[in-house]
Design a protein around this ligand. Sequence first.
Ligand SMILES: [Zn+2]
Length: 228
Amino acid sequence: MPSNRRAFLAATTAALTATSAASAAAAPDPHPHPPPHPHPTTARGALAELLAGNRRYAAGHPLHPHEGSARRHVLAAEQHPFAVVVGCVDSRVPPELVFDQGLGDLLCIRTAGQVLDEAVLGSVQYGVEVLHIPLVLVLGHERCGAVAATLAHLRDGAPVPGHLRLLVEEIMPAARRTCGLPGDWADLTVRAHAAWVRDAIRADPAFASAQVAAARFDLDSGRVAVLP
Ligand SMILES: [Zn+2]
């Protein structure tokens, strides 16, 4: 390589390096002061915040609040989550993402098909009684595999192996109630089962201090709709 060409390359490289170092130094921190994020203290406010977060998530404009190390340090001493979410283990329905919340915001209890057992109820009670959380939200979702397994069992007698039996038994009442109704059986079961779990939690005096709601997550739109 001719020496003038080598000198030109060296000068250009040096200039580019200097420019990029300068821009790195000048580049603003994208989140220097995270915007204040509401921390609801009532069931109504908690549900409103969950739905607002879900609108951000579904629109593709999540804030990803409360994820940094500063938040982690604040929470190390104590936690004050504002909602209990009783949801499914489905990898497509992580409550913190679906509701655009962060560390310390939600107490999530997840089982396949969001079924109830003593461990789940004890966990809800921990949230409501010990942490004074004002809202319990039962979150069912579209195309739930646990619901599909239940319908396959009822329709075709498909075997239910091992520990899956508890899930199917818990979802079966909703599936039986909706069988033969007009509409998509699977989705009707998802809705009926979430409402059944909501009503069971509502009826339990252990949770009298909290409001309990049920909702359905739509995998296609990303939207959560509260069930009647
Ligand atoms: Zn599911």
